[in-house]
Design a protein around this ligand. Structure first.
Ligand code: AMP
Length: 244
């Protein structure tokens, strides 16, 4: 398992494919274990919907895509990530959650990281069958006050529709409705297949089975990540001894 001290230099990026919501939970757990910076593009867009100020025209258009369960155009997403590029230089590494989602986003990210001389350790791809994803996501309930997350059957709150932590009202997010999920998953499959190939060809793809409890999945991810990093360290030591 990666300890916080060992994780100071490695950088990790998470890629959405099938298990988006689980991935958000995993990104939070990985952030805690690694002490890394966590940037979720979906969270940034959701925060903009709650912002009291009127959104910019680009952000208003982006939110419209999000409400329809469609991907926001690459240019808007990239603008938003670039504004937060300080995250990529965080001393504890970083976790990008829900980004990149398209080949164009991945290419922009690769270019920026090369310019900034930043390494990328792995791209984690959480895998889960579609019917299970729909069941899990459509059962999600979120507290409108403290954002705590429950599941209608797997992890219900004590009182129906009321948050255990703060008594806030629990609601189903628009993008957690079955229709939105299906639209979103089809868009994922179309847009992420080339991404999977892109990162596999770069030797960065780290497939992780998203079954079991969040803690088990996190442990599995850290174990796989650590063995990937160990392998890279051995390869680079071999290279150095050959060239010496
Ligand atoms: P998420 O919470 O990551 O599932 O994101 C929620 C919504 O935000 C998505 O359904 C998209 O509409 C939008 N979004 C978030 N990240 C991206 C991205 N990298 N590219 C395009 N759209 C995104």
């Amino acid at each position: 398992m990666l300890s916080p001290t060992r994780s100071r230099s490695p950088l990790a990026s998470c890629l959405a494919r099938s298990a988006r919501r689980r991935q958000g939970t995993q990104a939070d757990l990985l952030q805690q274990s690694l002490g890394a910076c966590h940037l979720s593009t979906g969270d940034v867009f959701r925060a903009a919907t709650r912002n009291a100020c009127a959104p910019s025209p680009a952000m208003a258009a982006a939110l419209d895509y999000m409400r329809r369960g469609a991907l926001v155009p690459d240019a808007t997403v990239w603008e938003m990530v670039r504004e937060r590029a300080a995250c990529l230089r965080c001393g504890g590494g970083f976790i990008l959650d829900g980004f990149p989602r398209t080949l164009a986003q991945a290419e922009s990210l690769k270019e920026l990281m090369e310019q900034e001389n930043l390494p990328l350790s792995a791209v984690v791809n959480y895998e889960l069958p579609l019917p299970e994803i729909v069941e899990r996501l459509s059962g999600r309930r979120t507290c409108e006050n403290c954002k705590a997350v429950y599941h209608a059957t797997r992890q219900p709150s004590r009182a129906d529709g009321v948050c255990d932590r703060c008594n806030g009202r629990l609601y189903q997010r628009e993008d957690d409705r079955s229709e939105s999920i299906t639209v979103r998953m089809l868009a994922y499959q179309r847009s992420t297949a080339p991404l999977i190939d892109f990162y596999r060809n770069l030797g960065l793809l780290l497939p992780v089975v998203a079954e079991g409890s969040p803690a088990q999945i996190c442990e599995r991810t850290l174990t796989l990540l650590e063995s990937r990093l160990q392998k890279k360290r051995e390869e680079s030591a071999d290279q150095q001894s050959i060239s010496a």
